[in-house]
Write a protein that binds this ligand. Structure first.
Ligand code: FES
Ligand code: FES
Length: 197
C-alpha cells in the first residue's frame, strides 16, 4: 500500500512536469510565428498614387497593399462598386480597367496607375443613364440591387465583346457575376435588349 502511494506521488510529479513543459511550448510557438510574420509581412507603407477614375485624376497617399476595391470605396467614396466576397468569386466588385472587366477586389490599386478605371458612377452621362442601366430597369434586371453595379459593368463589357449570340452564350460570359436574388432572367433580357438596339 505504501509502495503504491509512493509510486502514485512520483507518477503525479512526473506528469505535472510533463504538463508544465507542454504549457510552455505554445509560448515558443507563438513567439516563433510572431518573428516569422514580422519578417515576411512588409511594414505598412504609404505611397503617393495618382489614379484616373471616371475620367478624373485623383492623387492620394495610399497603402501599397490596398486593393482597387478598397481604394474606390474608402479613399474615393465611390461606393457604387460593391464588396461581396472580397475573394474574386462573386463579381460584385466588377469595374472596367482600360475598358476590360476587372475584379477590383483582386487588383492592387498600384497596378492601375496609368490606366483608365471606370466604375458604375462613371457609366452614365450626367443625368442620362447608360442604355444598360435603362435596360435593367425596363427588364426587371435587379431586386435588392446589391449585385447590380457589378452585373451592369459586366453586361456592358459582354455586349462590347460580342458575346451575345444566344442566351447560353450570354449566361456563359456572365457566369462570373452571381445574384443571390436570382434576377438572372431579367439580366439576360437586359443584355439582349441592348445588344439588339
Ligand atoms: S467582391 Fe470581388 S469578386 Fe466578390
Ligand atoms: S439583385 Fe439582389 S443580389 Fe442580385
Amino acid at each position: 500500500m505504501e509502495k503504491k502511494n509512493s509510486y502514485s506521488r512520483r507518477f503525479f510529479i512526473k506528469a505535472s512536469a510533463a504538463m508544465g513543459a507542454l504549457a510552455v511550448v505554445p509560448k515558443y510557438v507563438s513567439s516563433f510565428y510572431r518573428d516569422v510574420k514580422a519578417l515576411i509581412v512588409p511594414v505598412k507603407k504609404h505611397v503617393n498614387l495618382t489614379v484616373l477614375v471616371n475620367k478624373q485624376p485623383y492623387t492620394m497617399q495610399a497603402d501599397t497593399r490596398s486593393t482597387l476595391l478598397d481604394l474606390l470605396r474608402e479613399n474615393l467614396q465611390l461606393t457604387g462598386t460593391k464588396k461581396g466576397c472580397d475573394h474574386g468569386q462573386c463579381g460584385a466588385c466588377t469595374v472596367h480597367v482600360d475598358g476590360e472587366r476587372t475584379l477590383s477586389c483582386l487588383t492592387l490599386s498600384a497596378m492601375t496607375v496609368g490606366k483608365e478605371v471606370t466604375t458604375i458612377e462613371g457609366l452614365s452621362e450626367g443625368d442620362d443613364l447608360h442604355p444598360m442601366q435603362e435596360a435593367f430597369i425596363a427588364c426587371d434586371g435587379f431586386q435588392c440591387g446589391y449585385c447590380t453595379p457589378g452585373q451592369i459593368m459586366s453586361a456592358v463589357a459582354c455586349v462590347k465583346e460580342g458575346h451575345t449570340g444566344s442566351v447560353e452564350e450570354i449566361k456563359a460570359y456572365m457566369s462570373g457575376n452571381l445574384c443571390r436574388c436570382g434576377a438572372y432572367n431579367g439580366i439576360v433580357e437586359s443584355i439582349q435588349k441592348v445588344a439588339q438596339a
